[in-house]
Write a new protein. Sequence first.
Length: 324
Amino acid sequence: MRSIGRLIALLLLTSALAACQYQTTLPGRSEVPIYKPPQVQTRTPEPTGTPEPVNYIQTGSPLQVPAGMVSFDPVTAWDESGVPLVVQVYDTRVTLSNTEETLFFSLASEPAPSGSTSRVCLDTILQRMGADLSDLAYSQPADVLTRAGTALQVQLQAKVFSQISIGALQVIQANQRCFSLLGLATSDDSALRWEVSGAPILDRLQQSVRFLEPSQLMYCDVAKDASYGTTPENPIRTGNTNLYDGRTRQETYLLTLRGPNYEEVFFTRLSPEFNDLGVIVDPYRVEYDKIPEVVTLYFDMNSFEPLFAPQGFTCEAAFPISAP
């Protein structure tokens, strides 16, 4: 009953206020036009798009593989991390891979049998791969246009370490050599990894490949200073472009380095140390077949200078390390 009474009281109060008429006297004033700001069309900001994976791909200076009579541009970045693919040179073959080894690429060159064609080269390489990879399956060859002419490409699927690998193989016969470019993605989702990153990287590598004549081959110069690289105070200054690639640049140098008769070099990284100038240097124990005495080479990843081979060494190609 109390609530009903309060409701009736409020209704009566509202009616009473509405019935009241107040007489007001307004002072005189001059009418001033009301300012109206000009109408400006407001633009809706466009959302910032996420870069496509293909836009992350960057390549460095050409790397020559003299024994394979070919050069290509190594991949220095391929995703948002900016970490380059690791490059390893083996005589007539080069491999590139990411740190997780979910992406793998191989560029190889070998003498072609007399009178052979790109199809003969392709069949020979596929037969060899079938002996090394389990459950290898591939598509019918398709033509792919390259700088050296028309190559043959097949799509691949195989099993590597109990995981399915997806990729592609391109083969062309050029300059009496069978050249192959292979790419594979091996992960929990190999098909997606290949589509997003593997195939674009393979395409970028293919665009950079050049077949070389003997007169086009470049080699490195040997240092005139006997202490170059062999003492902590005169290290090989390979520099770095970010926080991650200092060691990669050092080891790319070593992978290009060769013994006096072009022997392959083997190396072991040792603990960093300070030289007499207070600079941190990275020593590597270096050897090759029949080396008289194991050599320690020293590197400085915090500064860069034009690169040479230490005395007693040569190189397989010009060092593929550009100034940061």
